[in-house]
Design a protein around this ligand. Structure first.
Ligand code: LLP
Length: 421
């Protein structure tokens, strides 16, 4: 469910007509709905209650500070994977005790940043990382709270590039070696073991892989406790999928996911953390673009937009589907035309959709990509020297530009010419 609906024949973001934003900001741009972000975050907190819990938004999915502040003000924690994301969470006013630090390659500098600025826990992913963290913490005269991410060797049944819980993936320590690794962690002077972390992948459309992983975590909790570790916290990761098409997809709901968590780990007396990204941000955002040209090719018609793979890379990177809708509502049973929807970038990979049935469109018309809030703007680049796509946040009848489009001067001024030239 989202808050992007047609009203009086025009697509709106909550109470704001999309063309009004386009007129002020120009296209392409991302637009996010406060009401959808709030609703999705709230669904998770309700699904986990009354368990003691913290919903840590995976910043990597949508990292604009205004979005983080929206969620942070509701009480959300944040899951960060870099020093930069940590600073974004802090800039949004989220206290360190609500920030968890994930990722396979944390540098000592990033560890120092989080230890001095305040951190709830590090989700440690390897023995060398564990030793480095202990050294950094000791040198600062503090103790680092940690969970250790275990790799449960579970098939998440999702796209191979975003599955993380199989033994051949780079993430976590093999669950079979957990006793040994936890024993070493307990001996290291700069660490305090507080729990277990697991994350098996993204865009999961079934609950069963979560169930397998969480049952393994429950067993491990009992075993580690019997070995003398105080396991008080379980970080169960993110990954719950969203529907990318209106019609035929029905991934499990946060309520079902919450019930599963209660069923698998609810009796352990642990505080539960989850790290959802996509389910909170995905359907809270649109990418809005304009039609530049309609080009009639050999046996196919191309809809050439002013948005490109540098603005939304998911279709070319993962073959991902995004619904594309006209901003002007088409009449019921209006004729359609089959298009290859493409951007202006000089690669054939700059294709959003092939053979997509769309209502008749003309140059200058606005279209919107649905479900673009997660892994959209954050993965954008300036490839082909196309300015980084702006972001807009809507709240009821208001909107604000939360990241402006850089000018060409700003872009060019970032390059410097060495003295010898
Ligand atoms: N926690 C960890 C440790 C993660 O690696 C991820 C996502 C999440 C949480 C959040 O997962 P989510 O709830 O959003 O599924 N760029 C790809 C997705 C990459 C996901 C990376 N890790 C895409 O566009 O589909």
């Amino acid at each position: 469910m989202d808050h992007f609906l047609y009203k009086n024949g025009t697509l709106h973001a909550e109470g704001v007509p999309i063309p009004e934003i386009a007129a002020q900001v120009g296209t392409p741009f991302y637009v996010y709905s406060t009401a959808t972000l709030t609703r999705h975050y709230t669904l998770f907190t309700e699904a986990l209650s009354p368990l003691p819990h913290l919903v840590c938004f995976a910043i990597k999915s949508l990292s604009n500070v205004a979005v983080l502040k929206t969620l942070g003000n509701l009480g959300a924690g944040m899951d960060v994977v870099s020093g930069g994301e940590y600073l974004r969470a802090k800039a949004a006013g989220v206290p360190g005790e609500r920030i968890v630090f994930s990722g396979v390659g944390k540098t000592r500098e990033e560890m120092r940043l989080a230890l001095t600025g305040g951190i709830r826990q590090f989700n440690v992913e390897s023995e060398p990382e564990m030793r480095a963290l202990s050294e950094v913490a000791t040198s600062l005269g503090v103790t680092a709270p940690i969970t250790i991410r275990v790799n449960p060797d579970v098939d998440a049944r999702t796209h191979e590039k975003i599955a993380t819980g199989k033994k051949e993936n780079k993430f976590g320590i093999p669950i079979a070696r957990a006793s040994e690794v936890y024993a070493e962690a307990a001996r290291l002077p700069g660490l305090q073991v507080v729990g277990i972390d697991v994350h098996i992948g993204s865009q999961l459309t079934e609950l069963e892989p979560f169930e397998q992983a969480y049952l393994k975590v429950a067993d491990l909790t009992r075993r580690l406790r019997s070995e003398g570790h105080a396991i008080t916290r379980l970080d169960l990761g993110g990954g719950l999928g969203i529907p990318y098409t209106r019609s035929n997809e029905a991934p499990p709901l946060p309520t079902d996911y919450g019930a599963l968590i209660k069923r698998t780990v609810g009796d352990l007396g642990c505080e539960v953390e989850i790290e959802p990204g996509r389910l909170i941000s995905g359907n809270a955002g649109l990418l809005v673009a304009s039609v530049i040209y309609i080009k009639n090719g050999e046996g196919r018609d191309f809809l050439i937009l002013d948005a490109a793979m540098n603005d939304l890379v998911r279709p070319s990177m993962y073959g991902a589907h995004h619904d594309i809708v006209p901003v002007a509502e088409p009449p019921i049973a209006a004729p359609t035309q089959e298009f290859d929807v493409v951007g202006p970038v000089c690669e054939t990979g700059d294709t959003f959709a092939k053979g997509r049935d769309l209502p008749l469109l003309a140059e200058g018309d606005l279209v919107a990509f649905r479900s673009a809030g997660a892994y959209g703007a954050v993965m954008a680049s300036e490839y082909n020297t196309r300015p980084l796509v702006p972001e807009v946040l809507v709240n009821g009848d208001h909107f604000a530009v939360i990241r402006g489009r850089p000018s060409f001067d700003e872009i060019l001024n970032r390059d410097t010419i060495p003295a010898w030239l």
